[in-house]
Design a protein around this ligand. Sequence first.
Ligand code: HC0
Ligand code: SF4
Length: 562
Amino acid sequence: MGYMTINNRRVTFDQEKNVLSVIRKSGIDLPTFCYHSELSTYGACRMCVVEDDRGKVFASCSEKPRDGMVIYTNTPRLQHHRKMILELLLASHNRDCTTCRKNGICTLQKLSVQLGVNYVRFENNKPQIPLDESSDCIVRDPNKCILCGDCVRTCEEHQGLGILEFAYRGSNMQVMPAFNRKIGETNCVGCGQCRVVCPTGAITIMHNISPVWKLIYDSNVRVVVQIAPAVRIAIGDKFGLPKGENALGKLVAALRRMGFDEIYDTNFGADLTVMEESKELMERLESGENLPLFTSCCPAWVKYCEDQFPDLAKHISSCRSPQQMFGALLKEEARENREDQRKTIVVSIMPCTAKKAEIKRPEHWTDGEQDVDYVLTTQEVSRMIKEAGIDLAQLEPEALDMPFGISSGAGAIFGVTGGVTEAVLRRLVNSNKVADLEAISFTGIRGVEGVKEATVTLGEREVKIAVVNGLKSAGEVMKKIQSGELYYDFVEVMACRRGCITGGGQPVPIGPRTKKARVEGLYRIDNLAQIKLSNENPIIQSLYDGMLKGKEHKLLHNNIQR
Ligand code: HC0
Ligand code: SF4
């Protein structure tokens, strides 16, 4: 422990890795573009500059705290410096803020207001570069890029992919995929993590708002919507609700007012996935074939495995993801229900940008028909709610529609790393006693580490499990599986750190406090759930005895031979 003096106030420090963290701990929100606590320090934007008692100006993100340091964070010199940086950034930036997708959530815009930059003395003479709309998941607008490198480091350091790089020099410098390819031509997995950290409109979500509005107002169409686990504890961020609060009831009320015909829960789809995936795990354990079994519900992970480790792709579960299982079920139900002459359209509300690509993969379609028609991210739905003039925070919560509005706590925790594994283990242990549920949760599968390991006894057998989040960690585990250095029976992978709660389509910023609150929010939903095990969901049971009978493979599994 040491102490330093910040703006004439004594502040202690302990484990903080840099002066910036100590300043923020003291309650001063120093602005940055390029600093993220979970990324390497780049020190390029210089917005976090401070001045010491000798008049030295330095970037606080790149300096270790030292005992006895005396610093100032807002001297006239620093104010001038920051304004100048902003002005120069704005000078080479496309400033069509009013029509920008990041309007209202752009850090450059926010800081320009906060620091009072009211004019820009320099013209932007840069030629306009066309948008890159080649991906189903994200859009790149190089004209909005401020070269902070956050996306470059995220894709490299968290996802181990390095799709985006700096190219050219000096004033021609740009961030782009290697060889100036379009992002859709690379091995980008669409996780959207680059969008989460992008402070401007340079990387945004590929929107599907307009077609969904049109369908809602088409009287020949029945629009059915499903809501993913991680959406409910994040959407409140956009409407001033406490971080991590479960806003499902309010979201249902909003969607009903907007005109969606039926509103269901992807947690129900997750219960279906638990049934099928636990069965598949037991079959593979018995046959000994294609172990470990890899989870298949994260589409960014599935694409990553196919692209980077094709020899291991046969380990991926044949189960469709919860959104796809549910989509297939809803379309099948519509085919069977001939009374309603309207065409059924299934829309998913997801925390994830990669889900937009998943719905287009034909192996998840049924009889050549796309099961989920559109994916809207949490961010897009928030925008639609605002467009409709609805204040989500003020709405009285409403219930989901039946029959697919009932789900278990096991389905809810799918949205956090370790949740799929915990849900599958609950099913296989098949006990809802508190002691047994707790024993599963304490096996080591909960927590934020990139790789967690657990060994669980199922019947006569010890089952070795790995729970992985972040694709860079996944790559490290895959290499060790490939070489035989590590052996597992079951591997859960989620591409985004901590799972879907930090998905590429979630409201930003997602700082440490928000991440923690979202994780706790999902576990709280599980704690409050009356049904803890997917197999105890009565609707699931009746489906297996009814509509699903004989159609399990057709509707719940994909049809590719890996
Ligand atoms: Fe997830 Fe899912 S848990 S991937 O993170 O499995 O997107 O929330 O909807 O499909 O259920 C995302 C979240 C889902 C799916 C579920 C799984
Ligand atoms: Fe990299 Fe994911 Fe961004 Fe693609 S979407 S560039 S994989 S961070």
